[in-house]
Design a binder for this molecule. Structure first.
Ligand code: GDP
Ligand code: MG
Length: 208
């Protein structure tokens, strides 16, 4: 799957009830339901993302609840380009498990997988149990971006997946041997990804 040029496999990881399926349904279909989260019929859903005029497709994999038994099979992880680690900001134990998921992920997929951490249920700020400082410190220690999200209010979902997509695209472009020099990669100010496919034309020597 991830061998196709513009397709990237992203796995959702985190304890049960943190909001993984809600994030996926909100992001890919614009749906959210407080009372009952639909069961997914598929292992993954696709979402097209435009980065600097280029369309990439994220195939976002969700579990069928097996995370409760810590029994995600190798097929779930296989060929993953990136992972979104989700915890619930009102549940400290869901945050502590993030480290365990990252260890398992790196053991199976390898150390180069791109990580993003989502502190979900940000709409429940007044019940927050996990401080921003500890979340940021974990994210820094594993070279991940940390973003507060809410599937309920649609806060930062597009941002979190776009950030992950930018990391994955830059690294694949790098691996293909194209130029990823200064001026390429995610541009913080414009939030655009500049991909340099060809070296600039050689300037003619002015020498005699
Ligand atoms: P999963 O087990 O990780 O897939 O979690 P679900 O998506 O099934 O969500 C578990 C519960 O949390 C459901 O009742 C959701 O409605 C609720 N939930 C998910 N995301 C949010 C959110 O951003 N805010 C709030 N307040 N509730 C959420
Ligand atoms: Mg689920």
């Amino acid at each position: 799957m991830s061998s196709s040029t513009n397709r990237y496999k992203v796995v959702l990881l985190g304890e049960g009830r943190v909001g993984k399926t809600s994030i996926l349904l909100r992001y890919t279909r614009g749906e959210y339901n407080d009372k009952q989260v639909s069961t997914l019929q598929a292992s993954y859903l696709d979402k097209g993302v435009r980065l600097n005029g280029e369309e990439v497709v994220l195939s976002i994999w969700d579990t069928a609840g097996q995370e409760r038994f810590h029994a995600l099979g190798p097929i779930y992880y296989r060929d993953a380009d990136g992972a979104l680690l989700v915890y619930d900001i009102t549940d400290q134990s869901s945050f502590e498990k993030v480290r365990t998921w990252i260890k398992e992920l790196r053991k199976i997929v390898g150390p180069n997988i791109h990580l993003t951490i989502a502190g979900n249920k940000a709409d429940l700020e007044k019940h927050r149990a996990v401080s921003m400082a500890e979340a940021q410190s974990l994210a820094d220690s594993v070279n991940a971006v940390h973003v507060l999200t809410s599937a309920k209010t649609d806060k930062n979902l597009s941002e979190v997946f776009t950030k992950l997509a930018m990391k994955m695209v830059s690294s694949r472009v790098g691996k293909r041997g194209s130029l990823v020099g200064s001026g390429s990669g995610p541009d913080r100010q414009t939030n655009r990804l500049v991909i340099v496919d060809e070296p600039p034309p050689q300037t003619k020597s002015k020498c005699c």
